[in-house]
Design a protein around this ligand. Sequence first.
Ligand code: FES
Length: 622
Amino acid sequence: MYRVKILPEDKSIDVLDGETVFDACCRAGIMIQSACGGVGTCTKCIVQVKENVPAPSPHGIRNLSSTEIEQGYRLSCQLKVHQDLLVEIPPGSRFYGEQILTVGGASAPDVDLDPNVRQYYCQLPLPEIHDQASDFDRLARALVADAPDLISGLDQLRELAEVLRENDFRVTATVSGRRLVKTEVGNTRGSVFGMAYDIGTTTVVGYLLDLTTGKELALASRSNPQAAFGHDVLARGDYADKGPEQRKELQHLIVGCLQEIAEECCEKARAPIEHVYEVTFGGNTIMTHLVFAMNPRHITVSPFTPIWSRAYRVPAIEIGLKLSRWATVYALPSVGGYVGGDITSGIIACDLERRDDLTLFVDVGTNGEIVLGNKTRLISCAAPAGPAFEGAKISCGLRAMSGAIDKVSYDEAEKDLALHTIGHHPPRGVCGTGLIDAVATFLRVGMVDPGGRVLETDEAKEKLPPKLAGRILASDNGSDILLVPKAKTLERRRDLTLTQRDIRELQLAKGAIRAGVDMALKVWGVSGADVSKVLIAGGFGNYINPAAAMAIGLFPPDITVDKLEFVGNSAAVGAKLCLADRKQRQRVERLAREIEYIELSGRKDFADVFMTAMLFPGYEES
Ligand code: FES
């Protein structure tokens, strides 16, 4: 057993021989970024060893500069402990669960208030010699119109006699589905709450609703703590496949996150958490499997089959969520392995299946989900965009957190790039929206050609204004584009650049989504011009600059900018609908069965469509 002291918090952790610093930190609640699931390729988990610096790992040698290695920087996921260490975690490697900036929120369409959990105040007739009905039957008679086949657990029956008699048979009964979950003395109506969650791969958002009024009382959000095991669902699926303990660990993380969100919401609204009786959530199929500690392994390999795709309802206590003892959790249904409950949730939120006009729904994220349709038919597909839009796999990529470059434009007066960072903090990396903006600007000013090639230095001197040309740097793999020199970055460790490989990553990501859109249009037999609206969903989608999205060719050119509409966090809205109104559950369950799913990898024409979709617009025109 060795001691690893972590700076700057000065916290010592006991570590087993051979355990990695990354795993030891996770175990101690110190979260470090990871985009590769700890296989040593993303470099997001870099730490600086200050004492007893060990030799670098092969991945470290491959992926870190010689100066970094000399200064003691190592990949924490590869850094096995064989002696006591003093390790500093730089701010850029930290996983800041709390640093979610804002959460897009689509407004909920009007909905009837008919929740699964309801309260009734009853004044029951007193027992007498001519009416010897049991206490339970007496209560059941009063509720027969709303809960015709009421059932009860033993605990409730055991305390029923006392509760009824304390105030002359005036009681409040709380009923969940057909089950009596609580009886209280007198009129206590108004203390029934529910939580609706959008469980995203990156972000988890929860809303507290008063189920007697339908009013939203509070919201809270967190980064998904499972991100420490990989930014994308595949990396987490790989980890979950290692065994039941790993699945329990991932479940524990996500359920802990749901618990924290519920506690924060209840505190904000001054609602007792033990009065939260109902939980709904929409999540992609892998996230949903992980909430229930099911192995998502077979979703990640062909032919991509989930264990379960229907709606699922379990007692909250079974997954470790501590709310009312009788609370239940309802997971919205998936269409398949890659079109999950977050998408079926978004569809009901946007009334997609009730529209006359052809509408395209796109959730832009690690996986781009696409649904095209109207009230006659809905088709769906999923495009593996990869994590580039979330800043991973990009050399200086970062999620949308303070100090991330989120906007890039061309300053005509300065004849140079103009950058904006979140919170106006010193730059520490580029997030997905910044990347899209940057590449749109590079294309516009000619730093990158429509094939996606960064100009060479000589070419740049010839064709570009001097300040732009000065940003093109020669490198071993084509040219890099300098965004911020080392001295002006937060950590002053290295220049922030976008490399030729980064541009290719963006091309792959946007190409996947564009190919999905093109395939959906093709299968339907229409063109972009026939689409009346494009609804862009997802927390990330909300921040995309529409002009930049069109400039990089995320959508076909016959879909005009004015058709783009950002619908925010539609997955959360659908979950709220299912929380407030039981009928919405039947609606979403029916929908999930009826939506057609196109498996893109199973189509012979997909490779060609994808190749074309990767190119930038100017290239298509030339
Ligand atoms: Fe360590 Fe990716 S390189 S987590």
